[in-house]
Design a protein around this ligand. Structure first.
Ligand SMILES: Nc1ncnc2c1ncn2[C@@H]1O[C@H](COP(=O)(O)OP(=O)(O)OP(=O)(O)O)[C@@H](O)[C@H]1O
Length: 273
């Protein structure tokens, strides 16, 4: 993240939301990469305190949606409202305070390999709170590592960690600033079932312990049903259905039906026998 643009006046102030109220609204979003249209007219809202799962096949634009929210990608048209505030045209500098409240847990953890675990987790604190006393940074790092069940690992290097541990360090880093919104990009992809379960439990505990709002993008259905309060299905360049897990199981929307039926074995292992 560019430190240079910090001089620009921050203009975004987060207001403590009432659980259930609309927090984020993607409105008429359009996005293309060259000739490839990713969204035509995408509509989606996210409510405070919920875990919203965004499902969709590979390359349907799940990650791009998260990146648009924090200014790492820009929509071509449409608006993104965050607490009613239109952040679509925000400059890089204006997005910095937004990212203090909305943190992304990247696919593959994306740790800095040359920094220790402790330095990785401290990184966003140094970026967003350069005046925070070192003792407070240390305490915050220890607290977050404890929260992800990796207490006392500050001195380890990323090369010393398993895939699941890296994901958890990535999470500790993402939550270091106590963000109100956590964006999870394929949090369980490539993990074994036991580690997957522990990541699912972690997503749920962020909601119960910290009261965070989460957006989880995934094509892992087991994980989706384990964490989602609501689900949204991205297909054919738009959101084709939003609903509760129960509504999704009973869905007659063709794209949702096809997606779930193709993965029926994941959800109902006995269907395989
Ligand atoms: N920076 C970029 N430049 C060009 N094309 C891009 C860029 N970022 C994403 N795309 C394209 O946009 C589409 C959506 O990408 P995105 O990463 O959001 O998909 P996804 O649904 O998250 O897929 P996956 O599940 O495979 O990660 C893809 O076709 C991808 O190739």
């Amino acid at each position: 993240m560019p430190f240079a643009s910090r001089q620009e006046a921050p203009t975004f102030e987060f207001q403590q939301p009432t659980p259930g109220e609309q927090l984020i609204h993607f409105q008429h979003l359009q996005k293309s990469f060259g000739p490839k249209r990713v969204y035509d007219d995408l509509e989606l809202d996210v409510r405070a305190g919920e875990t919203l799962v965004v499902l969709g096949g590979s390359g349907t634009g799940k990650s791009v949606l998260l990146k648009c929210l924090i200014g790492l990608q820009r929509p071509d048209a449409g608006r993104i409202l965050f607490q009613g505030r239109d952040v679509t045209g925000f400059s890089e500098g204006q997005f910095i305070p937004v990212r203090r409240h909305v943190a992304m847990v990247f696919q593959g953890a994306a740790l800095f390999d040359s920094l220790s675990v402790g330095e990785n987790v401290a990184y966003p604190l140094r970026e967003h709170y350069p005046d925070m006393p070192l003792s407070e940074v240390r305490d915050r790092v220890a607290e977050k590592l404890e929260l992800v069940n990796l207490p006392g690992t500050e001195r380890l290097m990323p090369a010393d960690l398993s895939g699941g541990m890296k994901k958890r360090v990535g999470l500790a880093r993402a939550i270091a600033t106590n963000p109100e919104v956590i964006l999870w990009d394929e949090p369980t992809t490539g993990l074994d079932p036991v580690t997957t379960q522990s990541i699912n439990a972690m997503i749920n505990s962020m909601k119960t312990k910290l009261g965070s709002t989460s957006i989880v993008v995934t094509h892992d259905l087991v994980s989706a049903f384990a964490v989602g309060d609501r689900m949204a299905m991205l297909a054919n360049r738009r959101i084709v259905q939003v609903g509760t897990p129960g509504e999704f199981r009973r869905s007659k929307v063709p794209e949702v039906r096809a997606f779930l039926d193709a993965r029926r074995v994941e959800l109902e292992p006995e269907a395989a026998s």
